[in-house]
Write a protein that binds this ligand. Structure first.
Ligand code: F6R
Length: 369
């Protein structure tokens, strides 16, 4: 049932092209127009929401953070992302004009379920993004957008994460279409780019040897830092979480722009730092800023491990190791840049002899508060 792989986690990492393809399947027509029949919330309500609140925990919350960049850009609806357990125990502002998006692979996470109940009590509509048919969170929500990643067995989430991001893109594009924020052509272009993602993910999987070798060579690392910017920021945090939970190594993800506000003090000779570089074709000068971050930390002795877009040779002067991912529009890049980080954590933990499917102290679904 592991499909010939040594672990469920490796199988699930390799299932990702299919997880994304299945999540896209049947949700648009030939012209790229979104069809989300399952979103059974009155269209007038969806047109009038003035705020979106994404609620989730752990990896699912990082999917939510990626969703925020995309939804605000496409829909121009203010979007907040909050950890379910924090949301529930303050006095959050939610009402009939709020659309809550609850993201949960298992659909059984108690913290997220409690947050969903609370939001509905306040009059908010709740859409669940969930991977488990008939689980509790979708049952208690107003609508559900299932991720069709297939059952995820390994405790650490991989294919569900990419499927959650994909489903969140679909939701964002659907709302943009419904509310007339974006012209049909623009939505169809993003849908075409999304349709290319499974093959691009596959090409990363087909070229995983280099990242695996680096992971094995680094199995004695005591701490690894991850930097990213824009959508690369949640990717950096996800890369760090995978390494903590699987390899029991101290790891932390930072927004690259935050470096000079404190974290750069951590850089000393030999400190490994993974940097997720935005596309050079992206917006503003983000690419140049992140490249100069790489230069700064390298000058202070960091061992720089860079994830960059194919053809971006500008990173090579300052990178100890470079892993290229296929070219893709900036907002969709997390579907690619996450993959080498998953492989890195999985391979490093395996090299240390750990059980990557069942990391210590963790449970697949956290059904207690
Ligand atoms: C990390 C991981 C956890 C879950 C979190 C939420 O690899 O698996 O951080 O993402 O416990 O779980 P769900 O999505 O089931 O609500």
């Amino acid at each position: 049932e592991k499909g010939g792989y040594p672990s469920f986690m490796e199988k699930e990492i390799n299932d990702q092209p299919d997880a994304v393809a299945q999540t896209l399947l049947g949700r648009s027509d030939a012209q790229g127009k979104l069809i989300l029949d399952e979103l059974r919330i009155d269209e007038t309500i969806l047109r009038s929401v003035d705020k979106i609140v994404v609620l989730a925990c752990g990896t699912s919350a990082y999917a939510g953070q990626v969703a925020k960049y995309a939804i605000e850009h496409w829909c121009r609806i203010p979007t907040e992302v909050e950890l379910s357990h924090e949301f529930r125990y303050r006095d959050p502002i939610v009402n009939e004009k709020t659309l809550v998006v609850a993201i949960s692979q298992s659909g059984e996470t108690m913290d997220t379920l409690m947050a969903v109940r609370y939001a509905r009590e306040q009059g908010a509509k709740v859409v669940a993004i969930c991977n488990t048919n008939g689980s509790t969170i979708p049952r208690e929500s107003d609508a559900v957008l299932y991720t069709h990643a297939g059952p995820e067995i390994a405790v650490a989430s991989t294919k569900a994460f990419l499927a959650q991001i994909t489903a969140a893109y679909l939701l964002g594009l659907y709302l943009a279409q419904l509310r007339g924020n974006k012209f049909g052509d623009e939505i169809a272009d993003v849908m075409a780019d999304l349709a290319d993602m499974p093959a691009k993910i596959q090409s990363i999987l087909d070229n995983a040897d280099k990242v695996k070798k680096l992971a094995r060579d680094m199995s004695n690392a005591k701490s690894v830092l991850f930097l990213g910017r824009h959508v690369g920021f949640p990717v950096a945090m996800e890369g760090a979480l995978k390494l903590k939970e699987l390899a029991y190594i101290h790891a932390e993800g930072f927004a690259a722009g935050e470096l000079k506000h404190g974290p750069i003090a951590l850089i000393e000779d030999g400190q490994p730092v993974v940097v997720v570089v935005p596309s050079p074709n992206g917006r503003d000068s983000l690419h140049a800023k992140v490249v100069s971050n790489i230069q700064e930390i390298r000058a202070r002795g960091a061992v720089t491990i860079v994830i960059a877009e194919e053809g971006d040779t500008s990173v090579e002067a300052y990178a100890e190791h470079v892993f290229y991912v296929p070219k893709t529009p900036t907002l969709l890049a997390p579907l690619l840049t996450t993959v080498p980080l998953q492989i890195f954590a999985c391979e490093l933990a395996s090299a240390k002899g750990y059980d990557v499917d069942q990391p210590r102290n963790l449970a697949k679904s956290v059904t207690v508060e």
